[in-house]
Design a protein around this ligand. Structure first.
Ligand code: SF4
Length: 473
């Protein structure tokens, strides 16, 4: 049995490409003032997109993205901003977090002037990324966050206020919120493992560094709370560039997008991370994007509503609750009754349980095919599903982009084929990762093929959710 190996702590002389990439890292280090100015511009745009639509009347049917601030903000946030922030994680790691994120920037500024308490233990609980993602996703569906501006103020604005409050309480010049509580931290951590870039510490160069003769020995503030000396992988690094060249040992470098996952770099894959991949991104997110189009949801709703009418129990069919609990916009003829809300939550959670459960069973069989079942091995094999997990969320969010553009009369024939290519490509990437990971635990071909077949089945379960949504329903 072979185990995941530690990251090699040395590197050959950098190639010309690596040297160019390292210079990009140093450029970031040398332009921190410009990065901060950019962050304030993003803060200003973010605040405007958040607040102005909430003060404007809701758009009529005749309004367009370019004529109504609410539709414009909707398109900017959900049509462009979020889907392409996800894509950026896979392309350039968490550069969004370190260079542009308004919430992270505000959290860091707040912590500069705050009380600087130590981070409490409850905040370090490893389950927060999963729980925060699940709660935000479900609440977003309850209040129709993609359609209406006031829920956006609650969901995004609430998150920003919480980030600032945490900044005011904990850490000094740090992003404690981003590290432990941000609802998308877990997703970003997973996706950035696929990035072809990372900041790497050469530990031998670090040890050999002489502060009397070496350059760049001044203390670096890593707001993302990464232990720079021993950092591995890209999942916790915000790619801010401040540590580039530190002790002549840290550099931005190119790497294989498979390396971090296959070789198990960084914090070891955990049960919570596995839950986020399987139950969260593959199961719950699919349910959240699916429920409104699902014939199963409609059939359940009709059956329950008929039963309630027959038994003269129609109170739960009325839109009783305010908009900040359940969607309630009579002027738009868009209201959710408690029955709708309860069923929606049930549908999303049931999808998470069934789909996530099946994916976990397939993964467990795959791990068993490699030999004795071990939890660490299971978590490691589960990482091979990150491409399909991320692809699904991107397709769900970009479906909003397509819907908004369709409402403007823009139709793109390439959307269907592009979705199919992305799903097939992501599933094949999962299979390749599973093949490489299996090679670390077994040399026997039959065992490896068995494990890969199980991961392929798990990826197919993920693909099926989007096939149902885009091609069957
Ligand atoms: S390790 Fe910290 S300081 Fe260095 S680039 Fe990443 S986030 Fe910035």
């Amino acid at each position: 049995m072979r185990q995941a190996q530690a990251v090699p702590n040395f590197s050959p002389a950098p190639s010309a490409a690596q040297a160019r990439v390292a210079r990009v890292g140093e450029w970031l280090r040398d332009h921190q003032a410009a990065i901060r100015r950019t962050q304030w511009i993003v803060v200003f745009i973010y605040a405007a997109l958040l607040i102005v639509p909430a003060l404007a009347p809701l758009p009529t049917r005749a309004a367009h993205i370019w004529t109504h601030v609410t539709l414009f903000a909707q398109f900017a946030f959900w049509g462009i901003w979020w889907p392409f922030v996800l894509v950026s994680m896979v392309l350039v790691g968490r550069s969004w977090c370190g260079l542009f994120c308004p919430e992270g920037a505000l959290a860091e500024v707040a912590s500069r002037y705050g009380r600087a308490h130590a981070t409490p233990r409850w905040m370090k609980w490893a389950g927060w990324p999963f729980v925060a993602f699940a709660c935000t996703t479900i609440y977003g569906q309850m209040v129709s966050v993609y359609q209406y501006p006031k829920p956006v103020v609650i969901v995004l604005g609430g998150s920003t206020v919480a980030a600032v409050a945490v900044g005011l309480m904990y850490g000094r010049d740090k992003r404690v919120w981003c590290r432990f509580l941000c609802p998308v931290n877990g997703v970003f951590r997973l996706l950035s493992k696929l990035a072809p870039l990372r900041f790497r510490t050469d530990r031998e160069a670090w040890q050999a560094f002489d502060p009397k003769t070496g350059k760049h020995g001044e203390m670096v503030n890593c707001a993302a709370l990464v232990p720079i000396k021993i950092m591995e992988g890209a999942s916790t690094c915000h790619m801010c560039g401040r540590c580039a060249g530190y002790k002549e040992a840290v550099a931005l470098e190119l790497r294989s997008p498979n390396q971090e996952i296959v070789e198990g770099w960084g914090p070891p894959p955990s049960a919570w991370e596995t839950a986020l991949i399987t139950f969260g991104l593959i199961g719950l997110a699919a349910g959240a994007f699916q429920w409104a189009s699902s014939p199963w949801f409609i059939a359940m709703r009709q059956w329950l509503a008929s039963w309630m009418i027959e038994h003269d129990a129609t109170a739960l069919l009325q839109p009783l609750l305010p908009w900040w609990i359940l969607t309630n916009y009579p002027d738009q003829n868009d209201m959710m009754s408690p029955l709708d809300g309860g069923l929606m939550i049930f549908y999303v959670l049931a999808t998470a349980a069934v789909v996530g459960g099946l994916v976990n069973v397939a993964l467990a069989l795959g791990v068993r095919a490699l030999g004795k079942f071990e939890a660490e091995r299971f978590y490691h094999v589960a990482q091979s599903l990150i491409p399909i997990a991320g692809c699904g969320v991107f397709l769900g969010l970009s479906a909003l982009t397509v819907t908004m553009l369709k409402a403007e009369g823009l139709r793109f024939a390439f959307v269907g084929p592009a979705r199919a290519i992305l799903l097939v490509g992501a599933a094949l990437w999962c299979v390749w990762l599973a093949w490489r990971i299996s090679g670390r635990y077994a040399t026997d071909l039959a065992r490896r093929v068995g494990a890969v077949a199980c991961v392929a089945a798990a990826a197919a379960i993920g693909v099926a959710q989007w096939v149902l949504l885009f091609w069957v329903w």
